[in-house]
Design a protein around this ligand. Structure first.
Ligand code: C2E
Ligand code: CA
Ligand code: CA
Length: 535
Protein backbone atom coordinates (compact mmCIF):
# COMPACT_ATOMS: atom_id res chain seq x y z
CA UNK A 1 0.00 0.00 0.00
CA UNK A 2 1.52 3.35 -0.94
CA UNK A 3 0.54 6.36 1.10
CA UNK A 4 0.99 9.98 0.30
CA UNK A 5 3.27 11.19 3.10
CA UNK A 6 1.02 14.21 3.60
CA UNK A 7 -1.75 11.87 4.59
CA UNK A 8 0.36 10.72 7.49
CA UNK A 9 -0.15 14.21 8.80
CA UNK A 10 -3.15 12.72 10.47
CA UNK A 11 -0.98 10.65 12.75
CA UNK A 12 0.82 13.73 13.91
CA UNK A 13 -2.22 15.51 15.30
CA UNK A 14 -2.64 13.05 18.09
CA UNK A 15 -0.47 10.42 19.62
CA UNK A 16 -2.69 7.87 17.97
CA UNK A 17 -2.26 4.12 18.15
CA UNK A 18 -4.32 3.66 15.03
CA UNK A 19 -5.06 5.87 12.07
CA UNK A 20 -8.19 5.23 10.07
CA UNK A 21 -9.21 7.00 6.92
CA UNK A 22 -12.81 7.16 5.87
CA UNK A 23 -14.07 7.82 2.39
CA UNK A 24 -17.79 7.91 1.58
CA UNK A 25 -18.54 6.46 5.00
CA UNK A 26 -16.30 3.42 4.45
CA UNK A 27 -12.89 2.59 5.87
CA UNK A 28 -10.41 3.25 3.12
CA UNK A 29 -7.30 2.54 5.10
CA UNK A 30 -6.35 1.40 8.60
CA UNK A 31 -2.85 1.75 9.91
CA UNK A 32 -1.64 0.75 13.37
CA UNK A 33 -2.75 -1.35 16.29
CA UNK A 34 -6.14 -2.23 14.81
CA UNK A 35 -6.29 -5.68 16.35
CA UNK A 36 -5.58 -4.43 19.86
CA UNK A 37 -7.85 -1.44 19.79
CA UNK A 38 -10.78 -2.55 17.64
CA UNK A 39 -10.36 -6.30 17.72
CA UNK A 40 -9.94 -6.70 13.93
CA UNK A 41 -6.90 -6.62 11.68
CA UNK A 42 -6.06 -3.67 9.45
CA UNK A 43 -7.09 -5.66 6.38
CA UNK A 44 -10.33 -6.85 7.92
CA UNK A 45 -11.31 -3.28 8.71
CA UNK A 46 -10.65 -1.98 5.23
CA UNK A 47 -13.84 -1.62 3.22
CA UNK A 48 -16.19 -1.83 6.21
CA UNK A 49 -18.88 0.78 6.82
CA UNK A 50 -17.42 2.99 9.55
CA UNK A 51 -20.64 3.66 11.49
CA UNK A 52 -21.34 -0.11 11.74
CA UNK A 53 -18.34 -0.50 14.01
CA UNK A 54 -20.14 1.43 16.73
CA UNK A 55 -22.94 0.68 19.16
CA UNK A 56 -26.35 1.77 17.90
CA UNK A 57 -26.63 4.69 20.33
CA UNK A 58 -23.37 6.15 19.05
CA UNK A 59 -24.09 5.85 15.33
CA UNK A 60 -26.03 9.15 15.09
CA UNK A 61 -23.01 10.87 16.62
CA UNK A 62 -20.73 9.43 13.93
CA UNK A 63 -23.24 10.52 11.28
CA UNK A 64 -23.28 14.04 12.67
CA UNK A 65 -19.52 14.31 12.61
CA UNK A 66 -19.10 12.87 9.13
CA UNK A 67 -21.85 15.14 7.80
CA UNK A 68 -19.87 18.21 8.79
CA UNK A 69 -16.32 16.96 8.42
CA UNK A 70 -15.73 18.95 5.25
CA UNK A 71 -15.44 22.17 7.26
CA UNK A 72 -11.95 20.99 8.13
CA UNK A 73 -12.40 21.58 11.88
CA UNK A 74 -10.71 19.14 14.18
CA UNK A 75 -13.23 17.32 16.39
CA UNK A 76 -12.77 15.33 19.52
CA UNK A 77 -11.50 13.61 21.50
CA UNK A 78 -14.80 11.78 21.62
CA UNK A 79 -15.31 8.49 23.41
CA UNK A 80 -17.53 5.99 21.59
CA UNK A 81 -18.68 2.48 22.31
CA UNK A 82 -17.84 -0.23 19.80
CA UNK A 83 -20.62 -2.58 18.69
CA UNK A 84 -20.72 -6.08 20.08
CA UNK A 85 -21.68 -7.68 23.36
CA UNK A 86 -18.47 -6.75 25.17
CA UNK A 87 -18.35 -3.20 26.51
CA UNK A 88 -15.43 -1.66 24.68
CA UNK A 89 -14.67 2.00 23.98
CA UNK A 90 -12.36 3.97 21.74
CA UNK A 91 -11.44 7.61 21.73
CA UNK A 92 -11.37 9.50 18.43
CA UNK A 93 -9.94 12.72 17.12
CA UNK A 94 -11.40 13.43 13.71
CA UNK A 95 -10.44 15.74 10.92
CA UNK A 96 -10.91 16.11 7.18
CA UNK A 97 -7.52 16.41 5.55
CA UNK A 98 -7.03 19.91 4.19
CA UNK A 99 -6.17 18.78 0.69
CA UNK A 100 -8.49 15.80 0.47
CA UNK A 101 -11.77 16.99 1.87
CA UNK A 102 -13.58 13.84 0.84
CA UNK A 103 -11.35 11.86 3.15
CA UNK A 104 -11.80 11.99 6.89
CA UNK A 105 -8.93 11.05 9.07
CA UNK A 106 -9.52 9.51 12.50
CA UNK A 107 -6.84 9.14 15.13
CA UNK A 108 -7.88 6.30 17.43
CA UNK A 109 -6.73 5.42 20.94
CA UNK A 110 -8.30 3.07 23.48
CA UNK A 111 -10.94 5.04 25.39
CA UNK A 112 -12.93 5.00 28.55
CA UNK A 113 -16.08 7.03 29.20
CA UNK A 114 -15.62 9.72 31.85
CA UNK A 115 -18.67 8.39 33.69
CA UNK A 116 -21.28 5.69 33.21
CA UNK A 117 -23.30 6.16 30.07
CA UNK A 118 -26.58 8.03 30.11
CA UNK A 119 -29.87 6.80 28.68
CA UNK A 120 -30.30 5.17 25.25
CA UNK A 121 -29.47 8.35 23.39
CA UNK A 122 -26.19 8.70 25.29
CA UNK A 123 -27.44 11.98 26.75
CA UNK A 124 -27.17 12.37 30.47
CA UNK A 125 -29.87 13.02 32.99
CA UNK A 126 -29.44 16.27 34.87
CA UNK A 127 -27.95 14.65 37.96
CA UNK A 128 -25.28 12.68 36.17
CA UNK A 129 -24.57 15.70 34.00
CA UNK A 130 -23.68 17.43 37.25
CA UNK A 131 -21.18 14.68 38.01
CA UNK A 132 -19.63 14.94 34.59
CA UNK A 133 -19.48 18.70 34.86
CA UNK A 134 -17.72 18.30 38.20
CA UNK A 135 -15.10 16.04 36.61
CA UNK A 136 -14.62 18.44 33.74
CA UNK A 137 -14.25 21.46 35.98
CA UNK A 138 -11.66 19.57 37.98
CA UNK A 139 -9.81 18.59 34.79
CA UNK A 140 -10.06 22.15 33.53
CA UNK A 141 -8.51 23.47 36.71
CA UNK A 142 -5.59 21.06 36.53
CA UNK A 143 -4.91 21.19 32.81
CA UNK A 144 -5.85 24.79 32.08
CA UNK A 145 -8.43 23.57 29.58
CA UNK A 146 -10.87 26.39 28.95
CA UNK A 147 -14.46 25.32 29.19
CA UNK A 148 -17.69 26.86 28.13
CA UNK A 149 -21.32 26.01 28.50
CA UNK A 150 -23.37 26.09 25.33
CA UNK A 151 -27.14 26.32 25.59
CA UNK A 152 -28.64 25.00 22.41
CA UNK A 153 -32.18 25.41 21.21
CA UNK A 154 -33.75 23.75 18.16
CA UNK A 155 -36.69 25.97 17.34
CA UNK A 156 -39.80 23.94 16.72
CA UNK A 157 -38.28 20.57 17.59
CA UNK A 158 -41.19 19.73 19.89
CA UNK A 159 -43.75 20.61 17.20
CA UNK A 160 -41.87 18.67 14.59
CA UNK A 161 -41.74 15.59 16.80
CA UNK A 162 -45.42 15.87 17.61
CA UNK A 163 -46.27 15.71 13.92
CA UNK A 164 -44.30 12.52 13.29
CA UNK A 165 -45.19 8.86 13.78
CA UNK A 166 -43.56 7.51 16.92
CA UNK A 167 -40.76 5.59 15.19
CA UNK A 168 -39.73 8.65 13.20
CA UNK A 169 -39.94 10.90 16.25
CA UNK A 170 -37.65 8.51 18.12
CA UNK A 171 -35.22 8.45 15.21
CA UNK A 172 -35.22 12.26 15.15
CA UNK A 173 -34.47 12.28 18.88
CA UNK A 174 -31.49 10.01 18.38
CA UNK A 175 -30.25 12.13 15.50
CA UNK A 176 -30.51 15.32 17.54
CA UNK A 177 -28.88 13.67 20.56
CA UNK A 178 -26.00 12.49 18.36
CA UNK A 179 -25.52 15.95 16.89
CA UNK A 180 -25.56 17.56 20.32
CA UNK A 181 -23.16 15.04 21.82
CA UNK A 182 -20.78 15.52 18.92
CA UNK A 183 -20.38 19.11 20.12
CA UNK A 184 -19.56 18.20 23.71
CA UNK A 185 -16.21 17.59 25.29
CA UNK A 186 -15.47 13.88 25.08
CA UNK A 187 -18.81 13.26 23.37
CA UNK A 188 -20.59 12.76 26.68
CA UNK A 189 -20.96 16.09 28.47
CA UNK A 190 -24.42 16.90 27.20
CA UNK A 191 -27.87 16.92 28.74
CA UNK A 192 -31.40 17.54 27.55
CA UNK A 193 -33.04 20.36 29.48
CA UNK A 194 -36.46 20.35 27.84
CA UNK A 195 -38.03 19.22 24.59
CA UNK A 196 -36.11 21.73 22.47
CA UNK A 197 -33.21 22.67 24.68
CA UNK A 198 -29.88 21.13 25.53
CA UNK A 199 -26.85 22.09 27.56
CA UNK A 200 -23.38 21.09 26.47
CA UNK A 201 -19.99 21.53 28.06
CA UNK A 202 -17.29 22.01 25.48
CA UNK A 203 -13.75 23.15 25.14
CA UNK A 204 -13.58 26.77 24.12
CA UNK A 205 -12.26 26.30 20.62
CA UNK A 206 -14.39 27.39 17.72
CA UNK A 207 -16.97 30.12 17.77
CA UNK A 208 -20.67 29.54 18.48
CA UNK A 209 -21.65 30.43 14.91
CA UNK A 210 -19.74 27.45 13.58
CA UNK A 211 -21.41 25.26 16.16
CA UNK A 212 -24.85 26.52 15.13
CA UNK A 213 -24.08 26.03 11.46
CA UNK A 214 -22.90 22.48 12.03
CA UNK A 215 -25.96 21.54 14.07
CA UNK A 216 -28.26 23.15 11.53
CA UNK A 217 -26.71 21.07 8.78
CA UNK A 218 -27.15 17.82 10.63
CA UNK A 219 -30.76 18.21 11.69
CA UNK A 220 -31.98 20.75 9.08
CA UNK A 221 -33.74 22.92 11.59
CA UNK A 222 -33.22 26.44 12.92
CA UNK A 223 -30.72 26.31 15.72
CA UNK A 224 -29.83 28.95 18.23
CA UNK A 225 -26.92 28.62 20.58
CA UNK A 226 -25.67 30.76 23.36
CA UNK A 227 -22.34 30.31 25.00
CA UNK A 228 -21.32 31.17 28.53
CA UNK A 229 -17.68 30.85 29.41
CA UNK A 230 -16.93 29.28 32.73
CA UNK A 231 -14.24 30.60 34.92
CA UNK A 232 -11.68 27.95 35.63
CA UNK A 233 -10.50 30.04 38.55
CA UNK A 234 -13.62 29.54 40.62
CA UNK A 235 -13.60 26.35 42.66
CA UNK A 236 -15.24 23.53 40.72
CA UNK A 237 -17.94 22.96 43.31
CA UNK A 238 -18.91 26.58 43.36
CA UNK A 239 -18.81 27.01 39.59
CA UNK A 240 -20.96 23.94 39.28
CA UNK A 241 -23.57 25.16 41.71
CA UNK A 242 -23.71 28.56 40.07
CA UNK A 243 -24.09 26.85 36.74
CA UNK A 244 -26.89 24.67 37.96
CA UNK A 245 -28.67 27.60 39.50
CA UNK A 246 -28.45 29.62 36.28
CA UNK A 247 -29.74 26.63 34.31
CA UNK A 248 -32.67 26.26 36.66
CA UNK A 249 -33.48 29.94 36.40
CA UNK A 250 -33.22 29.69 32.63
CA UNK A 251 -35.60 26.74 32.52
CA UNK A 252 -38.07 28.38 34.85
CA UNK A 253 -38.10 31.83 33.32
CA UNK A 254 -36.91 30.79 29.85
CA UNK A 255 -38.37 32.69 26.96
CA UNK A 256 -41.75 33.34 28.49
CA UNK A 257 -41.38 37.12 28.62
CA UNK A 258 -42.88 39.51 26.14
CA UNK A 259 -41.54 40.83 23.88
CA UNK A 260 -40.15 37.46 22.85
CA UNK A 261 -36.48 37.07 23.61
CA UNK A 262 -33.84 35.24 21.75
CA UNK A 263 -32.22 32.32 23.47
CA UNK A 264 -29.08 34.23 24.10
CA UNK A 265 -30.94 37.18 25.63
CA UNK A 266 -32.80 34.78 27.90
CA UNK A 267 -29.65 32.94 28.96
CA UNK A 268 -27.79 36.17 29.49
CA UNK A 269 -30.59 37.37 31.66
CA UNK A 270 -30.58 34.17 33.73
CA UNK A 271 -26.85 34.36 34.30
CA UNK A 272 -27.00 38.06 35.14
CA UNK A 273 -29.97 37.64 37.41
CA UNK A 274 -28.32 34.71 39.17
CA UNK A 275 -25.18 36.72 39.80
CA UNK A 276 -27.15 39.79 40.92
CA UNK A 277 -29.28 37.74 43.32
CA UNK A 278 -26.28 35.92 44.72
CA UNK A 279 -24.54 39.27 45.17
CA UNK A 280 -27.52 40.77 46.99
CA UNK A 281 -27.85 37.70 49.17
CA UNK A 282 -24.15 37.87 50.00
CA UNK A 283 -24.59 41.49 51.11
CA UNK A 284 -27.70 40.64 53.15
CA UNK A 285 -25.79 37.88 54.92
CA UNK A 286 -22.54 39.72 55.62
CA UNK A 287 -24.31 42.92 56.71
CA UNK A 288 -26.92 41.00 58.70
CA UNK A 289 -29.72 42.59 56.70
CA UNK A 290 -32.49 40.25 57.71
CA UNK A 291 -35.04 39.90 60.50
CA UNK A 292 -36.30 37.01 62.52
CA UNK A 293 -39.88 35.82 62.74
CA UNK A 294 -41.08 33.59 65.58
CA UNK A 295 -43.72 30.89 65.49
CA UNK A 296 -44.92 28.99 68.58
CA UNK A 297 -44.51 25.23 68.87
CA UNK A 298 -47.03 24.08 71.45
CA UNK A 299 -47.13 21.12 73.75
CA UNK A 300 -50.28 19.17 72.90
CA UNK A 301 -50.56 18.14 76.54
CA UNK A 302 -50.68 21.67 77.99
CA UNK A 303 -51.53 23.87 75.02
CA UNK A 304 -48.67 26.15 76.00
CA UNK A 305 -45.79 27.14 73.77
CA UNK A 306 -42.89 24.82 74.46
CA UNK A 307 -40.60 26.90 72.29
CA UNK A 308 -40.67 29.13 69.19
CA UNK A 309 -39.20 28.37 65.81
CA UNK A 310 -37.04 31.13 64.37
CA UNK A 311 -37.73 31.82 60.68
CA UNK A 312 -35.57 34.22 58.75
CA UNK A 313 -37.13 37.12 56.81
CA UNK A 314 -35.24 39.09 54.18
CA UNK A 315 -36.14 42.60 53.09
CA UNK A 316 -39.15 41.54 51.02
CA UNK A 317 -40.67 39.81 54.08
CA UNK A 318 -41.72 36.87 51.89
CA UNK A 319 -40.93 33.20 52.36
CA UNK A 320 -37.16 32.79 52.48
CA UNK A 321 -37.31 29.39 50.83
CA UNK A 322 -35.81 30.44 47.48
CA UNK A 323 -33.11 32.50 49.20
CA UNK A 324 -32.18 29.60 51.46
CA UNK A 325 -31.82 27.31 48.45
CA UNK A 326 -29.64 29.89 46.79
CA UNK A 327 -27.55 30.40 49.92
CA UNK A 328 -26.97 26.65 49.92
CA UNK A 329 -25.93 26.60 46.28
CA UNK A 330 -23.55 29.53 46.69
CA UNK A 331 -21.85 28.50 49.91
CA UNK A 332 -23.44 31.32 51.89
CA UNK A 333 -25.61 29.15 54.08
CA UNK A 334 -23.07 28.52 56.80
CA UNK A 335 -22.49 32.18 57.41
CA UNK A 336 -26.25 32.78 57.37
CA UNK A 337 -26.87 29.97 59.86
CA UNK A 338 -24.14 31.38 62.14
CA UNK A 339 -25.65 34.87 61.94
CA UNK A 340 -29.11 33.56 62.84
CA UNK A 341 -27.72 31.72 65.85
CA UNK A 342 -26.13 34.98 67.02
CA UNK A 343 -29.32 36.99 66.58
CA UNK A 344 -31.37 34.29 68.29
CA UNK A 345 -29.03 34.19 71.26
CA UNK A 346 -29.26 37.97 71.56
CA UNK A 347 -33.05 37.64 71.56
CA UNK A 348 -32.86 35.04 74.34
CA UNK A 349 -30.66 37.31 76.40
CA UNK A 350 -33.23 40.15 76.06
CA UNK A 351 -36.04 37.94 77.28
CA UNK A 352 -36.91 39.08 80.80
CA UNK A 353 -38.91 36.00 81.80
CA UNK A 354 -36.13 33.54 81.03
CA UNK A 355 -38.79 31.12 79.77
CA UNK A 356 -38.34 31.69 76.07
CA UNK A 357 -36.73 28.88 74.09
CA UNK A 358 -35.83 29.21 70.42
CA UNK A 359 -35.43 26.61 67.69
CA UNK A 360 -33.04 27.66 64.96
CA UNK A 361 -32.96 26.02 61.53
CA UNK A 362 -29.62 24.61 60.49
CA UNK A 363 -28.96 23.48 56.96
CA UNK A 364 -27.74 19.94 56.33
CA UNK A 365 -24.77 21.56 54.65
CA UNK A 366 -23.84 23.52 57.76
CA UNK A 367 -24.13 20.71 60.28
CA UNK A 368 -21.40 18.63 58.64
CA UNK A 369 -18.90 21.41 59.28
CA UNK A 370 -16.99 21.48 62.53
CA UNK A 371 -17.06 25.27 62.57
CA UNK A 372 -20.79 25.35 63.37
CA UNK A 373 -20.26 23.55 66.67
CA UNK A 374 -17.32 25.84 67.47
CA UNK A 375 -19.41 28.88 66.70
CA UNK A 376 -22.28 27.76 68.94
CA UNK A 377 -19.89 26.88 71.69
CA UNK A 378 -18.19 30.28 71.57
CA UNK A 379 -21.51 32.14 71.42
CA UNK A 380 -22.94 30.22 74.39
CA UNK A 381 -19.75 30.78 76.36
CA UNK A 382 -20.29 34.51 75.94
CA UNK A 383 -24.02 34.47 76.76
CA UNK A 384 -24.45 32.08 79.61
CA UNK A 385 -28.16 32.96 79.97
CA UNK A 386 -28.89 31.30 76.63
CA UNK A 387 -27.62 27.86 77.69
CA UNK A 388 -30.21 25.12 77.40
CA UNK A 389 -32.63 27.43 75.59
CA UNK A 390 -31.43 26.93 72.06
CA UNK A 391 -32.83 24.09 69.95
CA UNK A 392 -31.52 23.14 66.52
CA UNK A 393 -33.68 21.95 63.63
CA UNK A 394 -31.67 20.17 60.98
CA UNK A 395 -33.41 20.85 57.66
CA UNK A 396 -33.29 18.35 54.88
CA UNK A 397 -33.41 20.88 52.05
CA UNK A 398 -29.78 20.07 51.40
CA UNK A 399 -28.96 16.41 51.85
CA UNK A 400 -26.44 15.53 54.54
CA UNK A 401 -23.56 13.89 52.71
CA UNK A 402 -21.70 12.57 55.74
CA UNK A 403 -24.05 11.16 58.39
CA UNK A 404 -21.42 9.98 60.91
CA UNK A 405 -19.84 13.41 60.90
CA UNK A 406 -23.19 15.13 61.22
CA UNK A 407 -24.03 12.84 64.13
CA UNK A 408 -20.78 13.67 65.93
CA UNK A 409 -21.62 17.36 65.65
CA UNK A 410 -25.20 16.79 66.78
CA UNK A 411 -23.91 15.00 69.87
CA UNK A 412 -21.61 17.94 70.63
CA UNK A 413 -24.58 20.30 70.43
CA UNK A 414 -26.59 18.06 72.74
CA UNK A 415 -23.68 17.92 75.17
CA UNK A 416 -23.87 21.72 75.34
CA UNK A 417 -27.48 21.46 76.53
CA UNK A 418 -29.35 21.93 73.25
CA UNK A 419 -32.06 19.67 71.92
CA UNK A 420 -31.70 18.67 68.31
CA UNK A 421 -34.63 18.12 65.98
CA UNK A 422 -34.76 16.53 62.55
CA UNK A 423 -36.95 18.74 60.34
CA UNK A 424 -39.19 17.73 57.44
CA UNK A 425 -39.21 14.07 58.36
CA UNK A 426 -40.68 11.97 55.59
CA UNK A 427 -40.11 14.53 52.85
CA UNK A 428 -36.98 12.95 51.47
CA UNK A 429 -35.96 9.41 50.77
CA UNK A 430 -33.04 9.68 53.16
CA UNK A 431 -35.19 10.14 56.24
CA UNK A 432 -35.06 6.60 57.57
CA UNK A 433 -31.30 6.41 57.16
CA UNK A 434 -31.13 9.65 59.10
CA UNK A 435 -33.17 8.18 61.95
CA UNK A 436 -30.91 5.15 62.08
CA UNK A 437 -27.67 7.05 62.10
CA UNK A 438 -28.44 10.22 64.04
CA UNK A 439 -29.22 10.35 67.76
CA UNK A 440 -31.89 13.01 68.16
CA UNK A 441 -34.31 14.48 70.66
CA UNK A 442 -37.15 15.47 68.37
CA UNK A 443 -38.47 14.63 64.92
CA UNK A 444 -40.68 17.07 63.04
CA UNK A 445 -43.13 15.26 60.79
CA UNK A 446 -43.25 16.94 57.41
CA UNK A 447 -46.18 19.29 56.92
CA UNK A 448 -47.28 17.41 53.82
CA UNK A 449 -48.42 14.41 55.86
CA UNK A 450 -50.10 16.64 58.37
CA UNK A 451 -52.00 18.65 55.78
CA UNK A 452 -53.08 15.47 54.02
CA UNK A 453 -54.95 14.56 57.18
CA UNK A 454 -57.26 17.52 56.65
CA UNK A 455 -57.59 17.19 52.90
CA UNK A 456 -58.44 13.54 52.57
CA UNK A 457 -60.02 12.92 55.90
CA UNK A 458 -57.42 10.20 56.50
CA UNK A 459 -57.29 8.52 59.82
CA UNK A 460 -53.68 9.40 60.44
CA UNK A 461 -52.37 5.83 60.18
CA UNK A 462 -49.16 7.06 58.57
CA UNK A 463 -48.59 9.67 61.26
CA UNK A 464 -49.42 7.11 63.92
CA UNK A 465 -46.81 4.74 62.55
CA UNK A 466 -44.15 7.45 62.45
CA UNK A 467 -44.96 8.33 66.04
CA UNK A 468 -44.68 4.71 67.17
CA UNK A 469 -41.33 4.40 65.49
CA UNK A 470 -40.08 7.55 67.21
CA UNK A 471 -41.45 6.42 70.59
CA UNK A 472 -39.44 3.21 70.26
CA UNK A 473 -36.37 5.34 69.68
CA UNK A 474 -37.30 7.66 72.61
CA UNK A 475 -37.66 10.60 70.27
CA UNK A 476 -40.41 13.19 70.71
CA UNK A 477 -42.46 14.33 67.73
CA UNK A 478 -43.77 17.62 66.32
CA UNK A 479 -46.55 17.98 63.75
CA UNK A 480 -46.09 21.12 61.65
CA UNK A 481 -48.66 22.99 59.51
CA UNK A 482 -51.54 22.26 61.82
CA UNK A 483 -54.21 24.62 60.53
CA UNK A 484 -57.48 23.27 61.94
CA UNK A 485 -58.84 21.90 65.19
CA UNK A 486 -59.70 18.64 63.39
CA UNK A 487 -56.08 18.08 62.46
CA UNK A 488 -54.97 19.03 65.95
CA UNK A 489 -57.23 16.28 67.29
CA UNK A 490 -55.95 13.69 64.85
CA UNK A 491 -52.32 14.36 65.67
CA UNK A 492 -52.99 14.43 69.39
CA UNK A 493 -54.80 11.09 69.12
CA UNK A 494 -51.87 9.74 67.16
CA UNK A 495 -49.64 10.46 70.13
CA UNK A 496 -47.73 13.44 68.70
CA UNK A 497 -46.10 15.52 71.46
CA UNK A 498 -45.96 19.01 69.94
CA UNK A 499 -47.75 20.94 67.22
CA UNK A 500 -47.05 24.04 65.20
CA UNK A 501 -49.09 25.89 62.62
CA UNK A 502 -51.42 28.74 61.88
CA UNK A 503 -53.95 27.31 64.32
CA UNK A 504 -51.64 28.26 67.19
CA UNK A 505 -50.07 31.34 65.64
CA UNK A 506 -48.43 32.50 62.42
CA UNK A 507 -44.79 33.55 62.33
CA UNK A 508 -44.67 36.99 63.95
CA UNK A 509 -42.01 39.62 64.58
CA UNK A 510 -42.09 38.86 68.31
CA UNK A 511 -42.48 35.56 70.14
CA UNK A 512 -46.13 35.60 71.22
CA UNK A 513 -47.91 33.18 73.53
CA UNK A 514 -49.69 30.48 71.60
CA UNK A 515 -53.38 30.71 70.82
CA UNK A 516 -55.10 27.82 72.54
CA UNK A 517 -57.85 26.53 70.31
CA UNK A 518 -58.07 22.79 71.09
CA UNK A 519 -61.10 21.63 73.11
CA UNK A 520 -59.12 19.81 75.80
CA UNK A 521 -56.48 22.42 75.97
CA UNK A 522 -58.26 25.29 77.68
CA UNK A 523 -59.19 23.63 80.98
CA UNK A 524 -55.78 22.03 81.18
CA UNK A 525 -54.05 25.33 80.71
CA UNK A 526 -56.25 26.98 83.29
CA UNK A 527 -55.72 24.22 85.78
CA UNK A 528 -51.99 24.59 85.42
CA UNK A 529 -52.46 28.30 86.05
CA UNK A 530 -49.76 28.84 83.58
CA UNK A 531 -49.33 32.10 81.81
CA UNK A 532 -47.10 32.71 78.90
CA UNK A 533 -45.47 35.96 78.16
CA UNK A 534 -42.22 36.85 76.51
CA UNK A 535 -40.83 40.24 76.02
P1 C2E B 1 -39.58 24.87 57.63
O1 C2E B 1 -38.43 24.88 58.57
O2 C2E B 1 -40.29 23.56 57.41
O3 C2E B 1 -40.54 25.99 58.15
C1 C2E B 1 -41.93 25.88 58.17
C2 C2E B 1 -42.55 26.75 57.11
O4 C2E B 1 -43.96 26.55 57.10
C3 C2E B 1 -42.34 28.25 57.33
O5 C2E B 1 -42.24 28.85 56.06
C4 C2E B 1 -43.64 28.64 58.01
O6 C2E B 1 -43.97 30.01 57.84
C5 C2E B 1 -44.64 27.78 57.29
N1 C2E B 1 -45.82 27.49 58.11
C6 C2E B 1 -45.90 27.46 59.47
N2 C2E B 1 -47.13 27.09 59.86
C7 C2E B 1 -47.85 26.88 58.75
C8 C2E B 1 -49.21 26.47 58.49
O7 C2E B 1 -50.00 26.19 59.40
N3 C2E B 1 -49.58 26.34 57.20
C9 C2E B 1 -48.74 26.63 56.17
N4 C2E B 1 -49.19 26.49 54.92
N5 C2E B 1 -47.45 27.02 56.37
C10 C2E B 1 -47.02 27.13 57.64
P2 C2E B 1 -41.08 29.84 55.72
O8 C2E B 1 -40.84 30.77 56.84
O9 C2E B 1 -41.43 30.40 54.40
O10 C2E B 1 -39.81 28.93 55.60
C11 C2E B 1 -39.66 28.04 54.55
C12 C2E B 1 -38.45 27.20 54.75
O11 C2E B 1 -37.27 27.99 54.64
C13 C2E B 1 -38.34 26.56 56.12
O12 C2E B 1 -39.12 25.42 56.17
C14 C2E B 1 -36.86 26.28 56.21
O13 C2E B 1 -36.53 25.09 55.48
C15 C2E B 1 -36.27 27.46 55.51
N6 C2E B 1 -35.91 28.46 56.51
C16 C2E B 1 -36.67 29.43 57.05
N7 C2E B 1 -35.96 30.16 57.94
C17 C2E B 1 -34.72 29.63 57.96
C18 C2E B 1 -33.52 29.94 58.69
O14 C2E B 1 -33.46 30.83 59.52
N8 C2E B 1 -32.40 29.16 58.42
C19 C2E B 1 -32.44 28.13 57.54
N9 C2E B 1 -31.32 27.41 57.35
N10 C2E B 1 -33.56 27.81 56.86
C20 C2E B 1 -34.69 28.55 57.06
CA1 CA C 1 -37.87 24.18 60.48
CA1 CA D 1 -40.65 21.55 57.83
Amino acid sequence: MSIDPRRLLGLAFASADLLVEIRDGKIDMALGAAQRIIGQSETALTGQVWRDLFAAEDQPLIDAILACADDGARRGPIVLRLSGPVERYISLVIRALPENKDRVSCAVTPGRPASPRGEDSGLHARESFDDIAKGLFEAARVTGLELELAMIEFSGLADKRAGLPKAEADALDLQVAGAVRAESHGGGAATRLSEDRFAVLRAKDDDPDTLMRRLGRVVSMDVEAHVVSLEARATPARALRALRYALDDFLREGLKDTPPMTLSEAMNRSVKRTLARAGALGVAVTQRRFDLAFQPVVSLATGLAHHHEVLVRFEDGASPFAMIRMAEEFDLIEELDHAIVEKSVQRLVQDRTGDLKLAVNVSGRTIVNESFVDHVSRTLARYDQAKGRLIFEITESAAIDDLPRANAHIQSLRAMGSMVCLDDFGSGSASFAYLQQLSLDIVKIDGRYVRELAESGRDGAMVRRLVELCKDLKIRTVAEMVETIEVEEVVRDAGVDFAQGWLFGKPADQPRPALKPGAIVKPLARRAGASESWG
